[in-house]
Ligand binder design. Structure first.
Ligand SMILES: CC(C)(COP(=O)(O)OP(=O)(O)OC[C@H]1O[C@@H](n2cnc3c(N)ncnc32)[C@H](O)[C@@H]1OP(=O)(O)O)[C@@H](O)C(=O)NCCC(=O)NCCS
Length: 215
């Protein structure tokens, strides 16, 4: 488990400072809040698989692997940011096929499972794959994601991993800038007409940050 660090984060003139605690691990009673934050951030991807919020949120809350959530909490303890880790075959959103079939029935459920496979990705050996970063819209633009990525680099280094990877949709300019500003380098871009039809983005670019032992 990563160290817990508390420090004040200075905003610009228009924004008051935000106190953040960044820590690996989600408390059980935070599952609904984490699911809400994650669904709101990735609704375009999750709605075709999990449906509207009333159906999706309980499924998502149950599917979260608490040990693979890097969590940013504000001074009042409120969860304001979440970064999912995917290492080897474990990842933050661990949706079971049986749970989807139970929720949607065998036919619709099977279709949703197949749609979900369009987003499937696996980390290479020695690599940590980001399973999404979601920041509360009320505190965006104040360095929460950057802080999560700094901590993620420390976690990767402590585990002897060599790289962090993320796949970024071509439509997501905020994410592209975030990762570029945090030492990620763009690699290959993959296109898919099917993904465009279902999720609204045609291409995804792989971005990697090399990790050194001194992170
Ligand atoms: C992308 C996201 C995670 C950024 O979180 P954030 O806490 O607001 O980001 P930060 O304040 O740490 O910003 C760090 C850098 O990212 C870039 N950035 C962040 N938001 C941006 C925006 N809306 N437009 C352009 N660049 C942006 C900037 O380069 C920024 O650095 P700067 O403030 O020095 O200009 C957040 O907007 C979000 O949750 N979006 C929905 C989910 C998502 O797209 N996740 C990323 C894909 S995994």
């Amino acid at each position: 488990m990563a160290d817990t660090r508390d420090d004040a984060l200075a905003g610009d003139d228009a924004e008051p400072a935000i106190d953040l605690t960044i820590r690996l691990g989600l408390d059980d009673d935070e599952r609904p809040r984490a699911a809400e934050l994650y669904y709101a951030a990735f609704e375009a991807l999750l709605r075709p698989i999990l449906g509207e919020p009333a159906r999706a949120l309980p499924l998502l809350a149950d599917a979260l692997d608490r040990e693979l959530a890097l969590v940013a909490r504000a001074a009042d303890g409120r969860l304001v940011g979440l970064c999912g880790l995917h290492i080897d075959d474990r990842h933050l959103v661990d949706l079971r096929i049986a749970a989807v079939l139970r929720a949607f029935g065998p036919l619709d459920g099977a279709r949703r499972v197949l749609v979900g496979l369009l987003l499937a990705a696996s980390p290479a050996p020695g690599e940590l794959l980001i399973d999404g970063i979601a920041v509360d819209p009320r505190v965006r633009g104040r360095g929460v994601a950057r802080r999560l990525l700094d901590e993620l680099a420390r976690i990767a280094a402590a585990r002897g991993l060599r790289a962090i990877r993320v796949d970024v949709a071509d439509t997501n300019l905020a994410a592209r800038r975030l990762y570029e500003g945090c030492a990620f380098v763009a690699g290959e871009t993959r296109r898919s007409a099917l993904r465009r039809r279902i999720f609204g983005f045609a291409a995804a670019t792989t971005m990697r940050r090399a990790i050194t032992a001194t992170e």
